[in-house]
Design a protein around this ligand. Sequence first.
Ligand SMILES: Nc1ncnc2c1ncn2[C@@H]1O[C@H](COP(=O)(O)OP(=O)(O)OP(=O)(O)O)[C@@H](O)[C@H]1O
Ligand SMILES: [Mg+2]
Length: 231
Amino acid sequence: MGAHIVTVVSGRGGCGKTTFAANLATVLADHHRGPVCLVDLDFTAGAVADQFDAEVDEGGVPDAGVATRLGRGLYAVLAPTVLGDPGRMPDRVVNELLAGLSTMYAYVVVDTPSTMNKHVMTALEYAHQQILVTTPERPALRGLRQLQDTLDTIDHDPALRTVVVNRAYPDSGMTADEIERGVRGPVAAWLPAAQEIPMSVNHGVPLVRVSPSHPYTRILRELARDHVDRP
Ligand SMILES: Nc1ncnc2c1ncn2[C@@H]1O[C@H](COP(=O)(O)OP(=O)(O)OP(=O)(O)O)[C@@H](O)[C@H]1O
Ligand SMILES: [Mg+2]
């Protein structure tokens, strides 16, 4: 059986995708259901490495065989950032990467850049699950609906989508119902705003490791268990 491939996307930049992907991959690795690979497809501003204080080969080409070990059962294919324009990366690189990783890992978690490009499209094609991250603000919610429209246009099954609200505040000026209407369906997890996240990134240790009992950690673990984990 190939890897369960999870592609993390959002309709607006800065919603917390990279933070989420890093923490999700860490939680999945903790479950010991097989090795996990986190993939950074942000070839312009890749930031997965920072989440783990890892070194990037800035000029390398992403390759299934050159994953960086981040911890027990946890690996990453980090983004080369010298490329500037992601369009210069040939299409086949990401195709071959995901096809290769899918034979080597139990889970592949793909972090994507803030704007749609052909590599994100490829990662969405490969995905068994598309996690759509938004914040509870009108522009991000509108961006998420536009993203859903795009996915509908290219005939992606809505059943693949899992919506996560990040940086949820108790009072964002919108009720949970209004937000769920805004994202056209149920929200699988409401991840709270966490003031510890900047510190965890600066130390290069995901929050789920720094603060095992933090509400962000608890809710992310529930999401992983109930919505992502394979039996
Ligand atoms: N739950 C949270 N609570 C507090 N701060 C958060 C939370 N999630 C993310 N952040 C912070 O928000 C900022 C954006 O997060 P992140 O880089 O993960 O977003 P992104 O969606 O990957 O952005 P981009 O679209 O630029 O790739 C960062 O400063 C991060 O530390
Ligand atoms: Mg990011």
